[in-house]
Design a protein around this ligand. Structure first.
Ligand SMILES: NC(=O)c1ccc[n+]([C@@H]2O[C@H](COP(=O)([O-])OP(=O)(O)OC[C@H]3O[C@@H](n4cnc5c(N)ncnc54)[C@H](O)[C@@H]3O)[C@@H](O)[C@H]2O)c1
Length: 277
């Protein structure tokens, strides 16, 4: 299968790796320009090398995964069977990206978005083909869940096709109807936002909050650590969508979360968030 991934950031490169781990797949990775797509592949190479160094993967297997990933300009997506979009969480950007791809891609190419919270129906409106949500979790090569989200105009056979594609990656698809934040983020991101509030009120330290949730709720990672991993900008965008779409102020982003994003402290990807990397 030939898969085009657009957006070579945290998720796009992880999704590219998840597809490239399956023999027979050919993955094209694109971003704003070729340089950024090459950087995305370099990030994947680094991650794989760490696994090799830790004896969790054979060097040869890492090379095979890397050889299945080709950084390209998006114009090269013309013969892809599936395109997964993982650009920034912005409705205008996603709509613009898909309308350009609608012209480039062959007619039977499937379109999926990895959006964390936006309306699949709205992203897909005006396209010549149906769109579906294929929501991976971070780190995409490892996490087993894919939320499969049909929009208003997504036919049931596309839901089944994409669920099968997820199973072929070794993932478990869960079909979720379109709703702000879907299932996981509607629960998870407000929890991270609450942890930011607890920290801002001085109730506990960053480490204290994370330790409390790891040991007290058996979470594998603490909420602030997880916010840093997801990207605090992504967390903020999800909170804003939840509040905007539901009109419910219980989803209001904490001012500290907004301040950190405004100051460029986005978590791991910027080198600092609640922790320094
Ligand atoms: N971070 C997470 O944990 C997570 C989990 C699931 C889904 N998502 C969703 O995945 C998407 C990407 O998030 P991310 O965390 O990878 O963000 P990111 O900032 O790491 O990556 C976004 C990438 O999109 C690229 N981009 C921007 N404009 C573009 C354009 N016009 N054409 C092509 N590429 C463009 C950027 O250069 C960047 O490389 C978002 O919709 C987000 O909500 C994120």
């Amino acid at each position: 299968m030939k898969i085009g991934i657009i957006g070579a950031g945290t998720m796009g490169s992880g999704i590219a790796q998840a597809f490239a781990q399956v023999e027979g797949n050919n993955v094209l990775l694109a971003d704003v320009n070729l340089d950024l797509a090459v950087k995305g592949k370099e990030r994947i190479a680094k991650g794989l090398q760490k696994r090799v160094d830790a004896a969790k993967m054979e060097q040869e297997a890492a090379y095979q995964v890397l050889n299945r990933i080709n950084p390209v300009e998006k114009s090269a997506f013309s013969d892809c069977d599936l395109i997964v979009e993982a650009v920034l969480e912005s409705m205008p950007l996603k709509k613009e990206t898909f309308s350009a791809l609608d012209v480039i891609a062959k007619p039977d190419c499937l379109f999926a978005t990895n959006s964390s919270s936006l309306s699949i129906t709205e992203i897909g409106h005006g396209l010549k083909r149906p769109l579906i949500g294929m929501h991976f979790f971070n780190p995409a090569p490892v996490m087993k869940l894919v939320e499969v989200i049909p929009g208003l105009n997504t036919p049931p056979d596309l839901v089944e096709q994409v669920s099968q594609i997820a199973r072929d990656l070794g993932k478990t698809p869960v079909v979720v109807l379109e709703a702000p934040g879907f299932v996981v983020n509607r629960i998870l991101i407000p929890m991270i936002n609450e942890a930011v509030g607890i920290y801002a009120e001085g109730i506990a330290s960053v480490e204290g909050i994370d330790t409390a949730m790891k040991l007290g709720a058996s979470h594998p990672m603490g909420p602030l650590e997880l916010g840093d991993l997801i990207g605090l900008d992504v967390c903020l965008a999800v909170m804003d969508v939840l509040e905007e779409e539901t009109g419910d102020t219980k989803y209001r982003a904490h001012p500290l979360l907004r301040k950190m994003v405004r100051g460029g402290r986005l978590g791991r990807k910027s080198g600092a968030g609640f922790y320094t990397y």
